[in-house]
Design a protein around this ligand. Structure first.
Ligand code: 5GP
Ligand code: ZN
Length: 134
């Protein structure tokens, strides 16, 4: 009985680990398995330059833990999400774009244009943004 439960737990854990480390490019960047130009890192978040920048400043801010999208957020993640925003504000200051302004985007799901399924904030600035957004 205990053995079956432990086997079940192990299988579950392996599946979660496999989603995180084997296939998720942002998990690999967080763990240094994949290269990126890291501009900030702490115990909760990592920020790195987008490989295909849409503007002079284009930084991705990601939680170090794997969260698929906004849809997967739990109440206990509220502090983490606040931290992603204060990290964005800090990086905007460091990039010198806080005065003129910038855009923060979190695409969610297919219709939202999400292509990497590890939650991230795009910090985009250094030029006047265009409208409409949709
Ligand atoms: P999404 O489309 O999910 O909102 O944004 C994903 C972003 O990740 C895109 O802007 C894309 O250019 C960027 N991206 C995808 N793969 C990599 C990568 O391996 N390294 C870096 N630095 N950015 C990536
Ligand atoms: Zn991930």
């Amino acid at each position: 009985m205990l053995k079956a439960y432990l086997t079940h737990l192990f299988a579950r854990f392996s599946r979660i680990r496999s989603t995180m480390t084997d296939t998720c490019i942002f998990c690999k960047i967080v763990s240094n398995e994949a290269k990126a130009t890291i501009v900030y890192r702490d115990e909760q978040a990592t920020a790195f330059r987008d490989i295909h920048p849409a503007a002079p400043t284009h930084i991705l801010i990601v939680p170090n833990k794997h969260v698929e999208s906004v849809n997967a957020l739990q109440a206990e993640d509220e502090q983490l999400i606040g931290h992603l925003f204060t990290t964005a504000a800090r990086l905007a200051r460091e990039e010198g774009i806080d005065g003129d302004g910038y855009r923060l985007i979190t695409n969610t799901g297919i219709d939202g244009g999400q292509t990497v399924f590890h939650l991230h904030l795009h910090l985009i600035g250094g030029q006047r943004m265009r409208y409409p957004m949709g």
